[in-house]
Design a protein around this ligand. Sequence first.
Ligand SMILES: Nc1ncnc2c1ncn2[C@@H]1O[C@H](COP(=O)(O)OP(=O)(O)OP(=O)(O)O)[C@@H](O)[C@H]1O
Length: 408
Amino acid sequence: MREDVRILLVGEPKVGKTSLIMSLVSEEFPEEVPARAEEITIPADVTPERIPTHIIDYSASEQTDDELQDEINRANVVCVVYDVNKESTIKKIQSKWIPLVNGRTEKGNRIPVILVGNKSDLQGASSMETILPIMNQFMEIETCVECSAKNLKNISELFFYAQKAVLHPTAPLYNPEDKQLKPSCVQALTRIFNISDLDNDEILNDTEMNFFQKYCFKNPLSAQALEDVKTVVWKNMSDGIQDDGLTLSGFLFLNMLFIQRGRHETTWTVLRKFGYDDTLELTDDYLHPPFTAYLDVHRCIEYFGYLGYTTIMEQESQTAAITVTRSKKLDLEKGQTQRNVFLCKVIGLKGTGKTAFLQAFLGRSLKMQSEMGRDVSDFTINTVQVNSQDKYLIVSKTSDEGLISKQQ
Ligand SMILES: Nc1ncnc2c1ncn2[C@@H]1O[C@H](COP(=O)(O)OP(=O)(O)OP(=O)(O)O)[C@@H](O)[C@H]1O
């Protein structure tokens, strides 16, 4: 998750940018405002998503074009404010502000934009009819909101939408042009579906759906909610429901529906719970929880991650699969150990019989070995009885001459 959110307000002079910020802060309409408000930081505990949020004002009378560009580059989301009663300020959204914000940015990296129609208190008719074609033209526009700094209508909502556009972005999930989930999102959701399909029958039954729901959102669905979900899918997709359970197509459809209805946070909660970051890559924290040991524990934990260990075993982190024992030195001092797994290195020059030794540990005679060929692992593992307890011994061979001479 990101550490903070920077919201920048831009727009034509006198549309009410400063007034909107001051109304949010003081919860009343300021009769007098400075040309530009100081940058304000809303602490994490009073923002809906619990992330510190900076709000930055812009005023052409106070700032140069370079300073404005600098602020645009630092922003995570830009609110383009217009006056709902002044057509000229709406026209400038297309001709000036969106090109300024994203004109030089590649399609996938565009800064999300919120259109903010202020002064709805003075308004005759809604500006939505004029705004909708602009929203269809620029895919980076996440949403639009009509509000009033004067009677405080939709002020906190506007900052909430802005915060949401950053924390739960549409761009990595959904392509509004063809109205489809993006391939990387389909790939991630398919992995999630497969992990949640505990009996591998390619259908999420009620138990599996509840398991998934509890893992992602802490609470199971009520029986009625479960039926409602299935009905919505069934009504929209012939192959979305099979044997009274959700198919992969149904699962993908459901997530697309959340996104199309502006509930990206639902899909993002699921994706984050299964380890994905904003670019839909599995995070390093998820794949490699801080841990080291002498075998390749990192790789092992990574595989646990791909296989969904935390979900299936209902654990917070992959590290729950690993038991850390006390140091070898202490074990030797006490003459006791809690360890169940031991590593033994077999060293010797090439041709001295290390491979045969390792294979014999698995009970394979020289004859069996010659039938198997030479393409065998440098590791073998077997159980050994120590004081009538089963212990595991990993035997690994090396013919690294440098290491051998060091050991000598
Ligand atoms: N909702 C509203 N209803 C009526 N008047 C408003 C409203 N919001 C702002 N105003 C008035 O509009 C004028 C311009 O407001 P403000 O200075 O906040 O705009 P601005 O966009 O910050 O301007 P600039 O870019 O020039 O700094 C002020 O007189 C303010 O009182």
